[in-house]
Ligand binder design. Structure first.
Ligand SMILES: *[C@@H]1O[C@H](CO)[C@@H](O)[C@H](O)[C@H]1NC(C)=O
Ligand SMILES: *[C@@H]1O[C@H](CO)[C@@H](O)[C@H](O)[C@H]1NC(C)=O
Ligand SMILES: *[C@@H]1O[C@H](CO)[C@@H](O)[C@H](O)[C@H]1NC(C)=O
Ligand SMILES: *[C@@H]1O[C@H](CO)[C@@H](O)[C@H](O)[C@H]1NC(C)=O
Length: 338
């Protein structure tokens, strides 16, 4: 802006020069407009360059996703205890992606889907299963602070002091921010075709309106920052999360009718996982990962409202089961930390 005066002056000079040479006002205007058109073209070129850059970023993300889930690369890279080193890599990519997504919200669709193609044959040869082999029960570590030397192979429970989050609360939050959720977090996965998006779940009052066989299950995945920030009001970050762990943008909310059949919990972005039950009761069967099934036992824990269960993905692949005496809908919230 500082150069505006100089610009004006120069423009005056040009006009004066033109007038002195018998060029009409009309012709001067046309000439000036033409010169601006040249600028517009240049800008378009810059945009194109930016798009090419973004393509490279995306290509880079895809390559890294591919590598992180590729077995051979891992076998070479992961020597014993280094399993967690993949995640700092993903963390870096997320850090790169976040400012790009903030400037170009239209790209977040791509960001949403990245790494969805995870390798089903992923298997680490020679994984060190000592961290989970020493687990004999799932401790309740309420009030205990997790130190850096804590063995992450030990799953644990923490009781939290908050009021239950019911369907009504989520409904209210959704109505208040319906525009955001419509564009950012509409899709749900369900075992019942009646529920195709989160509006169906809320509109049909799933909590009051049970199905006949009580089988309905819904997984709602939220992976956009705006929607995630709004949901934080109802699903805050656990108070004593170790402060060297960074929360992933990806969140899951599960709605289960009392008899909703067993399902495996999804594999989230980061390896330190927290699942919190906010209303109702479910059983969580902690099954050791296939690499560690020979040396680590399975456990079953009752997850009731107000409890959170923490575990590490490298050692545990939990299954969510119906609790026998449950009569209400269960809502649980899952997120992960890198
Ligand atoms: C839990 O919250 C209630 C009310 O908010 C408070 O009175 C109580 O002291 C809290 N308990 C703990 C263990 O923090
Ligand atoms: C219960 O579900 C049925 C079938 O989906 C629907 O037609 C009805 O409106 C729902 N009732 C309430 C109270 O939401
Ligand atoms: C799907 O859900 C609706 C609404 O709760 C219910 O009426 C219907 O029986 C369910 N369908 C199946 C196959 O469970
Ligand atoms: C279900 O039954 C078990 C064992 O009898 C009990 O510990 C638990 O509190 C019950 N849960 C509910 C939600 O009633």
């Amino acid at each position: 802006m500082a150069n505006l005066e100089i610009y004006k002056e120069q423009l005056q000079k040009i006009r004066q020069y033109a007038r002195e040479n018998d060029i009409t006002e009309n012709e001067i205007d046309k000439a000036l407009q033409n010169s601006f058109r040249i600028l517009e073209k240049k800008e378009k070129k810059v945009n194109l360059r930016f798009i090419v850059k973004i393509m490279f970023v995306i290509l880079f993300i895809i390559i890294v996703c591919f590598i992180s889930f590729d077995k051979k690369f891992l076998v070479v890279m992961l020597m014993r205890n280094l399993q967690n080193s993949i995640y700092p890599g993903l963390k870096l990519i997320r850090k790169i992606a976040v400012p790009v997504i903030q400037h170009y919200p239209s790209l977040s669709e791509l960001y949403d889907e990245w790494c969805i193609l995870e390798n089903p044959y992923f298997y680490v040869n020679d994984m060190d299963c000592w961290p989970c082999s020493v687990v004999h029960f799932i401790p309740d570590l309420t009030g205990h602070h997790i130190s850096r030397s804590f063995n992450v192979g030990i799953p644990y429970i923490k009781r939290e002091n908050f009021s239950d989050v019911r369907m009504k609360d989520i409904q209210e939050l959704l109505w208040q921010n319906s525009e955001v959720f419509k564009t950012d977090a509409m899709k749900v996965f369900s075992n019942n075709k009646t529920y195709r998006n989160i509006q169906d779940v809320m509109g049909k009052n799933m909590d009051l309106n049970f199905s006949k066989n009580l089988y309905n299950h819904i997984t709602w995945r939220i992976n956009r920052m705006t929607a995630g920030r709004i949901l934080r009001k109802l699903f805050p970050k656990p108070i004593d999360t170790p402060n060297w762990w960074e929360q992933s943008t990806e969140k899951f909310i599960f709605f289960d009718e009392p008899k909703s059949p067993p399902y495996s919990l999804p594999n989230p972005e980061c390896s330190n996982i927290m699942i919190r039950c906010t209303t109702g009761t479910r059983l969580i069967k902690m099954i050791a990962s296939s690499e560690c099934s020979a040396s680590c036992k399975s456990f079953t824990v009752l997850l009731s409202a107000g409890k959170t269960l923490w575990y590490n993905w490298w050692y545990w692949r939990p299954v969510n089961l119906p609790a026998l005496n449950s009569t209400t809908i269960t809502i649980s919230y899952m997120t992960s930390f890198c």
